[in-house]
Every structure is written in structure tokens, then in C-alpha cells.
Design a protein around this ligand. Structure first.
Ligand code: NAD
Length: 356
């Protein structure tokens, strides 16, 4: 099974390690070594089989290459998956992260990592005990801290750009936005939208989380299982990947899909399905680049907060260009975004800071 996946993949290298003590499969996928390294988060998750973990790491690392290219990041894309038998806590978690830190260090900087699903800044602090090729450490440890709030700012700019393209102006007053997922990104996006005048509704499988956010902003709660069918101007998927496919797209009742979740489309053909349904899709790897800009900008490039804010606003400008070029070329917004990534990949990569 691993052989078939690796043979079919267009990335540069896959590192696999089985960590016997915890029964964890570790996969590091180096999709592109542009600029001398591949960068991407470390996801910790329970998968049905180890091959499912490898497949996830491969697909996510491809998306990272596109994301970093569009965002003019210093490196190519990568991703690590820790396919655990169950999510560990305490000493067991620490031991696993240290073993993983050793694996990252053994690559001598070919892979640079940061938080992803089920890993956070404190986990990065532990990994940093074994390797310096780790970003997104806690504020207390001198890192850039959590990325969710800046990812939300980028998504907010992206939603404005999509609203401007679909409706002729970016005014959010009276626009209904339904957010799927009240976590680090969704929970930070909701107040930004509410402050800008949008009518916000939010759903989470953890209903208490959605209720907390709704209470804070004076918004509404939508049942998690009904969120795709909820009538709105903007549907913002900020929970899990793969929510849009040939079965769910016909049930959507929105004009725009614009949210943070990675790999929202089950397949690339879903971008054409959305376009055919008259739904404007903000490609995920463009609109959710705020977290990458936060980490790369603050920890690698030494940006000021003002520079970072401008780069986050740039996500909206880039999306506006993508929407226009999709219209001009008669292609999906996904295709227009991939074309932009390829164009930017051909440009000279930025110098890589030696501290990286
Ligand atoms: P998180 O784990 O903090 O929050 C996700 C929330 O979604 C949780 O509250 C969870 O209960 C909820 N959820 C899970 N399945 C759901 C479902 N089917 N319906 C409704 N709610 C559901 O994650 P996050 O950091 O907020 O990230 C959200 C998404 O954005 C993820 O797909 C992540 O990969 C992506 N993303 C995050 C960042 C970042 O900086 N945090 C950057 C880029 C992309």
C-alpha cells in the first residue's frame, strides 16, 4: 500500500519512522525543496490505517507547496503526520514529541515544521528541545505563538474580497455568514465578521463551543449536521477537510465558499462543480495562508506587526486577482490559483535565513 502511494505521488521524498514505544507511525512528506527546504505543520491524528496517515500527509504537503508559492514563502511545501493509536497526554505525549524532534533533527533542516491539527505552540516548545527546525513555539519560549487569530484575519480579508467580487462591493452589513467550526480560527473569525456588520451563525460538533462564540458576538447557532444546507451569502468551512464533494455541493445554499479548512474539496473536480452551481470558491490554500505568514513573517523574516497586517490584507488582494483571472480565462478559481502558484514558483525564491 505504501509503495502504491509513493509511486503515484509527485513530491520529492517521504521519510517514514515507526516509533515502537507508542505504536506511532511518523510520516514526513517533502513535497518541494524549493529554497532548500520543505516547510509544513505537524498533524497528530488517529487514522484507520497507517496508509491513510501517509495519504493525508502527501495531500497536505502538496497544498503546502501551493500555499507557500502563492504567499511567496521562502520554501517548498511539506507536512508531517504522527499517526497515533490514540491522542497521547502527559509524559507519553512528551516522549513522543521528543522522539519526533530527533527525527526532524536527523533531516538537518530539510524539513521545517510548525503546529497543525492536534499540536500547538507548547508541543513545538517540546520538539524544540531536540531540533531548531521548528517554528510556532509559544510566546514564552520566544516563538510567534498561536496562528489561529492571524489565519482568521486572512480569511476575513478573503471573505471581503469574495463578497466584493460576487456582489459588487465589500460591505458586510446584512450579509449572512455561516461558519463551520468554532475552534482556533472559526472562533476568532466570528467576532471580526460581526464587528464588520455581518449576520453570523456558527456550528460545531461541540455545541457548547458554538454557543460560547455565538453568545460573545450576539450571533446564532446552527446544528452541525445542518450547516451545509443553511441559507447564507457566505459559507466558511473552518473545521475539517473534504466537506465539499459531489453529494454535498448540490445541497449548498450559499453564493460564496470561503473558509480556513485545509483541503476543503474532496477532488479538484469539485471546484468545477462549485463554479457550475454559481458558487464563488476562494481556494483554501490562498485564503488560509495567514498562519503561514504569521510564522514565516514573525519568526523567519523578522517582520513588524504592521508588515504582517499588510501581508494578511494582501490575501484579499490576491484573491481578487484570482477571481478576475478565473473569469477572464473561463477557468475555475482553483485552476486560476494553481496557475498563480506555478507562476510564483518560477520566480526566484527568497533568500533563506541562516537561523532557519
Ligand atoms: P481547531 O481544532 O481549533 O477547531 C476546529 C473546530 O471544528 C473544533 O471546535 C471542532 O470541534 C470543530 N469540528 C470538527 N468537525 C466538525 C464538523 N464536522 N462540523 C462542525 N464542527 C466541527 O482547528 P483550527 O485551528 O480552528 O483550524 C480549523 C481548520 O482550518 C482546520 O481544517 C485547519 O487545518 C485549518 N487551518 C488552520 C490554520 C491555523 O492557523 N490554525 C491555518 C490554516 C488552515
Amino acid at each position: 500500500m505504501f509503495e502504491e502511494l509513493i509511486e503515484a505521488w509527485d513530491g520529492e521524498a517521504v521519510v517514514t519512522h515507526y516509533e515502537r514505544a507508542s505504536g506511532t507511525w511518523m510520516f514526513i512528506c517533502l513535497h518541494s525543496m524549493r529554497g532548500g527546504a520543505a516547510g509544513g505543520g505537524t498533524r497528530m491524528k488517529v487514522y484507520p490505517t497507517p496508509a491513510d496517515g501517509l495519504r493525508d500527509a502527501m495531500r497536505l504537503s502538496e497544498a503546502m507547496s501551493l500555499k507557500l508559492a502563492v504567499a511567496r514563502g521562502p520554501n517548498g511545501g511539506g507536512k508531517a503526520v504522527l499517526a497515533v493509536p490514540s491522542i497521547p497526554e502527559g509524559a507519553e505525549r512528551r516522549a513522543l514529541l521528543l522522539a519526533y524532534g530527533d527525527l526532524v533533527e536527523s533531516l538537518h533542516g530539510a524539513f521545517r515544521t510548525a503546529p497543525d491539527m492536534n499540536t500547538d505552540d507548547r508541543d513545538m516548545d517540546v520538539i524544540a528541545e531536540r531540533t531548531r527546525h521548528v517554528y510556532g513555539r509559544s510566546d514564552a519560549a520566544g516563538g510567534a505563538g498561536t496562528t489561529g487569530p492571524d489565519t482568521a484575519v486572512g480569511v476575513f480579508h478573503g471573505i471581503r474580497a469574495a463578497v466584493a467580487h460576487a456582489f459588487g462591493n465589500d460591505d458586510l452589513h446584512g450579509r449572512r455568514v455561516v461558519i463551520q467550526g468554532a475552534g482556533g480560527v472559526g472562533g476568532a473569525l466570528a467576532p471580526l465578521l460581526a464587528e464588520a456588520g455581518a449576520d453570523v451563525a456558527i456550528a460545531d460538533v461541540d455545541a457548547g463551543r458554538a454557543e460560547d462564540v455565538a453568545r460573545r458576538i450576539g450571533g446564532a447557532v446552527v446544528a452541525a449536521e445542518a450547516v451545509l444546507r443553511e441559507p447564507c451569502d457566505v459559507f466558511a468551512p473552518c473545521a475539517v477537510g473534504g466537506v465539499l464533494d459531489e453529494y454535498t455541493i448540490p445541497t449548498l445554499r450559499c453564493r460564496i465558499v470561503a473558509g480556513a479548512a485545509n483541503n476543503q474539496l474532496s477532488t479538484d473536480a469539485d471546484a468545477d462543480r462549485l463554479a457550475a452551481a454559481g458558487i464563488l470558491y476562494a481556494p483554501d490554500f490562498v485564503i488560509n495562508a495567514g498562519g503561514v505568514l504569521h510564522v514565516v513573517g514573525l519568526e523567519m523574516e523578522g517582520w513588524s506587526r504592521a508588515r504582517l497586517d499588510d501581508e494578511l490584507a494582501g490575501i484579499g488582494r490576491t484573491l481578487g486577482d484570482i477571481f478576475q483571472s478565473a473569469d477572464r480565462g473561463g477557468v475555475s478559481t482553483l485552476q486560476a490559483a494553481v496557475d498563480l502558484a506555478r507562476e510564483r514558483e518560477r520566480e526566484a525564491p527568497r533568500a533563506t535565513p541562516s537561523a532557519g
